[in-house]
Design a protein. Structure first.
Length: 373
């Protein structure tokens, strides 16, 4: 098998668990956050720096890499790992999120999705078979089935038609897959209807995927709805397979997702807000671009021992950001990734020591207290 997964410990008062995801590029302890390298790069960071923070897996994107540089270029380079000099594992999204995010530039058909390129307007067609072919050429360790990320809000009839089509596409992806060294995950969808999440999850489990993505959440729905849908999906997924909540990267959401049995997460949010001058702290988000930090010579985050925080002040980083210096973006990104790497390590430790519920309550209380300065 391309991957294997085993649960190593469980929380007695939540659905939180730890595990080990074994890939051709090494073992990954879960729960894990995966930094997003959409264009085969985690923005502003070198692969060596990302690995040095403790990350063993990152995500890249099928749609964007198909447009540039093209999967043939990546294949000729020896695959994504060689192309970007990344020593760890790689997961590629299928392009399904772009069906949601580029809604004004696409048309969904039974065979696939017709896009108008957001770069130059040229036509682009993605089908389940095409998505798998691109991902096989890119050479990721884990690849994703092609699906539609259902928008919010969506009526029941729309969500029903979409999930049925996503199931048909998942079956086509299984048939199209040829590389035994790649693991193909199915993706559960359901809009805001628990019965659709349950039905879609059951059907995908019957198809026998080695792991399952949970998509279409954190797209605008209220948090209580998000957690209700997640719980409906997870209730039907196998205990011995990894569960991947796609597109979620807020610190509190990571902790809440773990409480509901999620093993893997990814999101552009941590690096995106970093490029806008915002950093994570245990007491919430601090926007260091703000004028109040112009003469603040304390560390970027006084509670953090990452490279950025040990060596640079808020005043200096604010100056870099205001001057549009790349180093400012690098330092805020460095910190946010280091923060999440440490958070997930703390989460795993709390689960192993069976004190996760206590950890969860304290973390959420502190993070949402409004005490960030």
């Amino acid at each position: 098998m391309a991957i294997s997964f085993r649960v190593t410990s469980r929380s007695t008062d939540t659905n939180a668990r730890t595990g080990v995801l074994t890939t051709p590029r090494g073992d990954i302890e879960t729960p894990v956050f995966m930094p997003v390298g959409t264009q085969a790069t985690v923005k502003t960071m070198t692969p060596e720096e990302v690995a040095g923070l403790g990350f063993g897996i990152i995500l890249s994107n099928t749609y964007h890499l198909h447009l540039r540089p093209g999967e043939d270029v990546v294949r000729e380079a020896g695959g994504l790992h060689a192309f970007m000099n990344w020593p760890g594992a790689v997961l590629t999204d299928s392009g399904g999120f772009q069906v949601f995010s580029l809604a004004t530039l696409r048309k969904i058909e039974e065979d696939g999705v017709r896009f108008q390129s957001h770069l130059d307007g040229r036509p682009l067609f993605l089908s389940p078979e095409k998505s798998i072919a691109i991902q096989e050429a890119l050479g990721a360790d884990i690849i994703m089935a092609f699906d539609e990320c259902i928008p919010y809000p969506a009526e029941y009839d729309y969500a029903l038609r979409s999930t049925e089509r996503t199931l048909r596409w998942a079956q086509r992806c299984l048939k199209a897959k040829t590389r035994p060294d790649q693991a193909l995950f199915g993706i559960v969808q359901g809009g805001t209807f628990p019965e659709l999440w349950v039905r879609t999850a059951r059907r995908l489990v019957e198809m026998g995927f080695p792991g399952y993505g949970i998509g279409g959440l954190s797209v605008g729905e209220p948090k209580p709805v998000m957690w209700e849908m997640l719980e409906a999906a997870v209730s039907e997924l196998p205990e011995d397979k990894p569960r991947y909540l796609m597109g979620v990267g807020e610190p509190v959401d990571l902790v809440e997702g773990v409480a509901r049995g999620v093993d893997m997460f990814d999101c552009v949010h941590p690096t995106r807000i970093a490029r806008h001058g915002a950093i994570f702290t245990r007491r919430g988000v601090v926007t260091v671009r703000n004028a109040r930090y112009a003469r603040d010579f304390s560390p970027l985050d006084p509670d953090c021992d990452c490279y950025a925080c040990k060596n640079y002040t808020r005043a200096y980083v604010r100056h870099l950001l205001k001057a549009n210096e790349v180093l400012g973006l690098r330092l805020t990104t460095w910190h946010n990734l280091a923060f999440l790497a440490r958070l997930m390590a703390d989460v795993r430790r709390a689960v192993r020591e069976d004190r996760f519920e206590e950890f969860r309550r304290e973390f959420v209380r502190e993070y949402t207290s409004g005490g960030a300065a």
